[in-house]
Design a protein around this ligand. Structure first.
Ligand code: E4P
Length: 215
């Protein structure tokens, strides 16, 4: 399973990439706004650090404007993937962008049939938001499972990015189901590393090592 980081914070991106595990990145307007910096400045820095797909979101609402915006974003760097929302206008834009060879990450997907349409229009990635479904008492991971079945049934190449991840269990479930990608906030990446028994084990070994003579 590929691991993307879901953030626009440069310190987090730098720290996470040190692990050598980050395959790509997803951002969204909320994450960008949180940084209080210029959009292009953030994007430039991300492109210098991340060697893999970089999802940047288009904020236009009409297909014509989405296409124009996406073309502009795609020009920034060859790794740029344009996030387009799963709307009627978004589907029209995605079809056109796919024909132009621009990679689209169809975002804000909450149903398996939305994911089917996204794949049919030629989206390179689809992002089911599982945490937001869990928040309203719908099992987000059921959605991922259904999308996988549909994509397997028809051999769609669209890759599934499990998004809106809130905790390590979400990552575990995504991996068990066989999702292509999980996009994970920095905090959760740190949680994935940690286990109290590992810490206790390291401490005990170091203490015992002190007792060894003639090291
Ligand atoms: C993914 O592409 C989105 O940026 C993100 O996962 C949304 O997560 P949230 O529901 O925690 O805002």
């Amino acid at each position: 399973m590929k691991l993307f980081i879901d953030t626009a914070n440069i310190d987090e991106i730098k720290e996470a990439t040190k692990l050598g595990l980050i395959d790509g990145i997803t951002t969204n307007p909320t994450l960008i706004a949180r940084e209080g910096k210029e959009f292009m400045q953030i994007v430039k820095e991300i492109c210098e650090i991340i060697d893999g797909p970089i999802s940047l979101e288009a904020v236009s609402t009409k297909s014509k404007d989405m296409i124009k915006e996406a073309q502009g974003l795609a020009k920034i760097h060859s790794n740029v993937v344009v996030k387009i929302p799963m709307t009627r206008e978004g589907l029209i834009a995605t079809r056109q962008l796919a024909m132009e060879g621009i990679h689209v990450n169809m975002t804000l997907v909450f149903s398996p049939t939305q994911a089917l349409l996204a794949a049919k229009t030629g989206a390179a990635y689809v992002s089911p938001f599982i945490g937001r479904l869990d928040d309203i008492s719908h099992c987000g991971m059921d959605l991922v499972e259904q999308i996988l079945t549909i994509y397997d049934n028809y051999d769609f190449d669209t890759e599934i990015i499990v998004a809106s991840i809130r905790n390590p269990l979400h990552v575990l479930e995504a991996a068990l189901i066989g999702a292509d990608i999980a996009t994970v906030p920095f905090k959760v990446i740190e949680q994935l590393i940690k286990h109290p028994l590992t810490d206790i084990g390291v401490e005990r070994f170091l203490k015992d090592w002190e007792k060894v003579e003639n090291k």
